[in-house]
Write a protein that binds this ligand. Structure first.
Ligand code: SF4
Length: 268
């Protein structure tokens, strides 16, 4: 079972909740054993995504001037170099970032007259009884009718639909957080697929928000009641791209040996 410092509620972010749903072994490695830093190496797509997030944070922040010049200047000053395999790869990503930001600017420039940005990279927290739901939201806009829009940037995807918004655990968490902690007449979630400039939005009704609160409470309570230290890793589809695969393969090999099962070809 999870523990936290006396007097402090455990804090669960959407990423943490999603990791528990994806793979309990991965959850244990990252949040209980805290060995993620030994396995999670910098990657081009992480650096690319983090750079774009930082540039857009500045663009919509108090010092942002909503000009292309500002975007490109910020891109240069905030560029993260870690994780690229070669100078050529880094140049390709830099060019992609410039074209993504140009498209973003074209799609956004007229919108900034209609809505007001309330917050960027905004940390929100909500007490759900035995734990706190926390979330860092890329941007929160306020519309003239008093409703709020929670905006999430995706730097790796090309398409998005309104169903994607409602089916995303992270977006349900963000909309719940925003609706419960900010004064608003309604809440909408928007995912922006930065590479194509496509975006999709969906709203949640009060009863959908209530259902999301129940779902997230149940999930958080499940984490608190689960003895995460028990059990062996189970091979799933996600293993193929998981950074912990070498560690899990070692565990599978040693459990095969202890049961007298011959190792698979290549597993020696
Ligand atoms: S390799 Fe597979 S079982 Fe191991 S942590 Fe990753 S997803 Fe989970």
């Amino acid at each position: 079972m999870e523990t936290s410092k006396p007097g402090r509620l455990p804090a669960f972010s959407p990423t943490r909740l999603g990791t528990f749903l994806d793979c309990r072994t991965k959850y244990k490695y990252i949040y209980v054993d805290r060995i993620g830093r030994f396995y999670q190496k910098p990657h081009a797509y992480f650096s690319f995504g983090s750079t774009l997030h930082q540039v857009l944070q500045a663009y919509h922040g108090p010092a942002g001037t909503h000009t292309l010049e500002f975007l490109f200047h910020t891109l240069n000053s905030r560029w993260i170099t870690a994780g690229y395999e070669s100078a050529d790869e880094e140049t390709e990503y830099r060019e992609l970032a410039a074209s993504v930001l140009r498209l973003y600017h074209e799609n956004t420039i007229n919108r900034t007259d209609l809505v007001e940005t309330d917050a960027v990279e905004c940390n929100l927290s909500l007490n759900l009884g035995k734990f706190k739901l926390t979330g860092r939201i890329d941007r929160i806009d306020r519309h003239p009718d008093g409703s709020i829009e929670v905006v999430d940037y995706k730097s790796g995807r090309d398409t998005v639909t309104p169903d994607d918004v409602l089916n995303s655990l992270a977006m349900r968490c963000y909309m719940l957080l925003a609706s419960r902690t900010m004064l608003a007449t309604g809440v909408t979630g928007t995912i922006v697929a930065l590479r194509t400039g496509t975006s999709a939005s969906a709203s949640m009704t009060p009863s959908q928000l209530e259902a999301a609160a129940d779902e997230i409470s149940a999930l958080g309570n499940d984490i608190l009641e689960t003895d995460i230290t028990l059990g062996e890793p189970v091979r799933i589809q996600l293993c193929e791209k998981c950074e912990f695969i070498l560690r899990c393969e070692r565990a599978w090999r040693s459990s095969s040996k202890s049961r007298g099962i011959p190792a698979e070809p290549g597993e020696r």
